[in-house]
Structures are given as C-alpha cells and as structure tokens.
Design a protein around this ligand. Structure first.
Ligand SMILES: [Fe+2]
Length: 183
C-alpha cells in the first residue's frame, strides 16, 4: 500500500498563485453574468457576490501588503504601480457598496457587472505588464509565493472568525450542525 508521506507539493510561485486567484474570481463573475436576467436566482447571486467580495478582499490585501511594495522597489515604473493602487481603491469602494446591498436592490446587478469589468481590466494589466516586469526584475518568485501563501492563510483565518466575517451580519443556518440524537 501507499505510504502516506508525500513529497511536499511544489508551492506555487508568486505569479502562479496570483493567477489562480484571478482565474477563480473571473469564473465567479462569469457565473454571475449567466444569472443576470433571471428573477429567481437571488440566493445564488448573493452567494456568488459574497464569495467575490471575500476573494477580492484577500487578494487585494496580499498584493497591497506584499507583492506591490516588493515590485515597486525593484522596477522603475511608479506610474504602473500608482494606477494599480488606484484600481484597487476603486474595487474596494464597489466591494463596500456590495457588502450592504442585496440581490434585487436597485443597481445591484449593475454594480457587480461594473466591478467585474474593472477587475477584468485590472487583471489583464497585472498579468501582462506587471507579471512581465516581475519576471524581468529577477525577483525570487518562489520565496515571494511562500510569503503570499502564508499571508493568505492568515487572512483566511482572521476573516473567518465570527467577529470579522463578511457573513457576520447574516449568519447562515447551514453552518450550524444539528444536535446529535441521544444514544
Ligand atoms: Fe491581482
């Protein structure tokens, strides 16, 4: 039989990790767009938007805290980095609007769509210009990937604690286990 000790899986380098986040978020936006126009999909829309806001919050934080400052310090392109900062601020603004909106609200779908369009544009610029710059700058992308993954894990724990969860306002019943029947 197989021994259970595995070779440690190769950790993704920084760019693979960020790209995986991008792909995940893009697919959530695609699913939302498929539901636009249907009136009875509010519950699923709400779940998708919760997930989008959560993923984008964690993703922009690890970029703001780790990836952007490191990249800014090794390349000579403050314009590109400044624009990315402004794009993150724009995303945070729309996310904070969505966090207090409900599916069916006036401008709900439009807000999600505009956020999705802005994020798609931002992702294109990152994956083309910024990732290229990071590769050319000779950064240790494996080491950076480890830092990003560690911070992401930490944020996942922090944001999942009841006090700070995005869902804190509206606890989900499904998260509670039914009591066990007595033996
Ligand atoms: Fe990104």
């Amino acid at each position: 039989m197989d021994k259970s000790h595995k070779k440690p899986a190769a950790a993704p380098d920084a760019l693979d990790l960020l790209k995986a986040d991008h792909d995940k978020v893009k697919s959530l936006f695609r699913e939302f767009e498929d539901l636009r126009g249907s009136d009875d999909e509010d519950e699923r829309k709400g779940e998708l938007v919760d997930e989008i806001c959560y993923e984008l919050t964690v993703h922009t934080m690890i970029e703001d805290e780790i990836f952007y400052p490191v990249l800014r310090s090794v390349i000579d392109d403050d314009d590109m980095m400044d624009e990315a900062d402004v794009e993150h601020a724009g995303a945070r603004e729309l996310i904070s609007q969505l966090e207090v909106m409900y599916p069916g609200d006036d401008h709900y779908d439009a807000t999600v769509t505009v956020l999705g369009e802005e994020i798609a544009h931002h992702i294109d610029k990152e994956e083309n210009d910024m990732f290229d710059a990071a590769r050319r700058a000779g950064l240790d992308l494996d080491e950076l990937g480890e830092q990003l993954a560690a911070r992401k894990e930490e944020l996942d724990e922090d944001l999942s604690s009841p006090a700070t969860s995005l869902d804190a306002i509206e606890p989900r019943d499904s998260a509670r286990r039914p009591p066990r029947p007595p033996n």
